[in-house]
Structure formats: structure tokens, C-alpha cells
Design a protein. Sequence first.
Length: 507
Amino acid sequence: MVSFLMVLACRAAAVCVWVLLLAPELANARAFNTLPTSSGTVVTVRLLSPLSTYSSKPGDEFQAIVVAPVEQDGRMLMPRNSIVYGRVAKTTKVGRGFIHERASMQLEFLQWQPPGGEKQPFSARLTEVDNAREQVLENGRIKGILATSGPPGLLLGMWRRPDLSMFGRASIGFSGIAHFTWLQSNFHPAMAPAIAGLRMLLVRFPEPEIHLPAGADLVLTTRTRFQPLPAVPPSLLPAPPAELVSLAAAQPLLTTRGTSGKTADITNLLFVGSREELEQAFQKSGWYTADTMAPQTVLRGYRAMTTQDAYPTAPVSLLQLQGRPPDLVFQRSLNTIAKRHHIRVWKQPDQYEGREVWVAAATHDTGIKVRAAGMSYTHRIDPFIDKERRKVVEDLSFAGCVEDSDLIDRPDFSDEPYGRISTDGRMAVVRIKSCTPTVDLAAASQIPPERIRPSARLLRRFVLENRHAIIRGNLYYLAYQGISHWKRREQPVLTASASEELESPIE
């Protein structure tokens, strides 16, 4: 009877400790699970200086530049290359992990200045960090990742019921796969630390802090009333040449999947220029040439996915146009393999004004979904592909690589056969020139150096994994997460990006 009461008391104590440790998690859930909404004028800006929870302090000032002109009813509100001034309002570091498991950052936007003009008051809320692994909350706060939410956390294993032994195993990292290896082997007790250390050596741990390098794109929703510039009468806008209209209308519309032959992406851009001009234009715009599919690139992609890290030159799946693979593939990402802008480009036999013609299909990957069949994974694609068409033109124009651009209707286009893809069917025709960028971000776009010693990094991992194993490594927490996820799915979401998604295989 006494032994039974002691076991019961131990389990009750374990439950009490677990509930106390879970309290901050519940508070964070209430703060972080707020659904963002979108209203007001949307402005896309590009950071001119890096921000990081390692080094940025409240009060630090920063600048960003407007990537694309902001217009309304034919009137200019903010010209391209306007400067937006802001400051860091608040930062939360993960540090050693004793207090915080997630980093966070709050930014304030105070003034803007048109090219050659004077500074004006400016108020805006951050709604999105483009292609970031981090999320942005309704109040504009950037929410960092939970480093233990990936495979390193899964390898810590599960406990079935509260028991004081779970604290001991977790505290030395001897749970999950390490604990299983120990139970199945007849090792000397001295080998226990070696097994736990080997797991930490072989399984990389994600970086939990927030890094936004110069060149990162921020999407803002303004609260400022603008004094618009005079409108341009539509009659003064030059119509595209008839030869260019005919050229765009004659281009193939649909790409096909290389393995199955099924229809895939819709072509939505046409470039006029040489291969060298095209490669330079995307390079100056911050886009990278994608790697070809190979065993080493697959392994690098898997490592980036498991460590919640970037792979800026990750390969794309094979799509064909009229039976041919693309001649060029470019992409732009930030700090995750899950999200990226990417474009496939095919050289055409046509010419325009003696220059080469290229047709392209651009889409935006917005996330990754793992499929049980075959252990493959896919990218989810934003179905509103006209936004990606505009993104490509805006980036090339910002880099000073566009001589002229037109948006041309394709009279035979019909959106009926294309499922959930939403598009007006028009093709953006871009004539490329030698680039004359206003701002060169190449030298400044590096992530700030990590200011943490290897010993401190090891301690941080030990603390975060320990907390994860105790708080989340159980059936009770999984049930709570399932209920929370179900409730979130029942609520409507309005964001700056698309609310629907498609799947695009990248295996």
C-alpha cells in the first residue's frame, strides 16, 4: 500500500511539473495563433540593412526601399525606389533557451521619402516576410520557429504517462532513438553519454533565432493617407505593337509533367533578349539558377527541410513545353526550402526585332507537404499565378533590367480546363536590357554572423530539447495540438498571400 501511494505521489508530482512547464506554451499559443487579416494599401519593400534577434536592439533604426510603385485608380501613391524609415520596437532572443523557446521581433514604420523629395509621416503594419520560415501575427510581430518542431524533436521519442523517469532521460538527452538503441544493445553504462552525444552529432539542430538579411522583402499594409500624384490618362499609354501582340498570342500555353505527361503550369511571361541578358537580369534581381536533380542535391534538400533551413538553388521538378525541358530555371527564396518564387524558361524559335524570344512559366511555392505514398514530398503552389507574373516583372524592373513591358491578352485563353488555378490568362512581355540597378544589395545581403560560441550552442540545444521532450513528447500534448489545429481550420483566414494552395511534385 505504501509503495502504491509513493508511485501515485511521484506520478502526481510529474503531472504538476509538466503542467507548470506547459503554462508558457499555452500562453504563447493564445498570442501566436491569432489569424492575420489584410486591409489597406499594400506596399512591398526591400530591407537595406540586416535585422537579427542576435544583434538588433529596441530603438535600432533601419531603412527599406519600395520595390514596386504603389498606384490606385491610375494615380501614383508611392514611386519605386522611395525609402521607408523604421525602427525596431521589440526583440525576444531565444538565448540559451531557459526562458524563451521562440524568438520574436516587432518593427515600427515611421516615415517615407520619395526619390528627390522630403520625408513624410508613414504608418504601416507588417503583414508578411516574403518566403520566410517565420510567421507574422495580426499585430505585425514576427514569430520565430520552434526549433524542436522538426525531425530532431521527433527523434526524442514519446512517453505514455507521467513518470519521474522522463525528467531523467530527457535531461541527459537519452530518450527516443538514443533510449531505444540503449535498450536493444548490451552496452556498458559508460556508453550512455556517447550514444546521446552521437545523436546530437549526427542530427543537425535548426537555428532558432530570427535573421532578416538586407534584400529580404517585407509586405506592409499602410495606415497612411497619401497625396496622390496626377493620374495618367489611359489614352496617353502606348499600346503594344501589333507584331508583339501576335507573337504573344502564338506562344504555347500549357506545360506538361515530365513523368506523367499531365498538364501542369501555364506560361505567363515572354522575354525578348539574349541568354546573357536574361541571366544577368535575374542575377541582379536576386534570383538564383536552380541546381539540376542529382543524389547530392536531393540529400541537401532533405537536410534543408529537416533543419528548417534555406536551399536557394534547390532543384525543381521536370516540366516540359512541347516535349522540351526548360533551358533556364531561376528562383528566389529567403531562409526556408518550403517557400520560393521560381520560373522555368524555354527558348523559342521566334525572334522579335532581331532578338531572341523566351517563354516562361512562373509560380510561387508556399509550403511543403509530405506524402505517405513513397515517402515523397511536394510543394504547395499559390493558385493566383498572376501575382507571380507581377512579382517577376517588378523584381526585374527594380534591378533596372527592363527596357519596356506590356501585358497582352491571349484571345484563345479559357480558364475552364485549369482547375483551381486562377488567372486572367494574359502574358507579360518583357524586353530585357543591360541592368542599371539603383541599389546594389549583393554585398549587404549576408546573414549577420552568429554571435554564440559552440559551447553555448550546445547548451541551448540541450535546454530546448529537454523542454521539448518533457512538454510535448506525450499523448496529452498531441491531443491538445490536434484540437487546436481543428479549431484553426474552422476559422476563415485572410492574408496578404493566397488562401488556397495547389500541390506541385518536386520528387
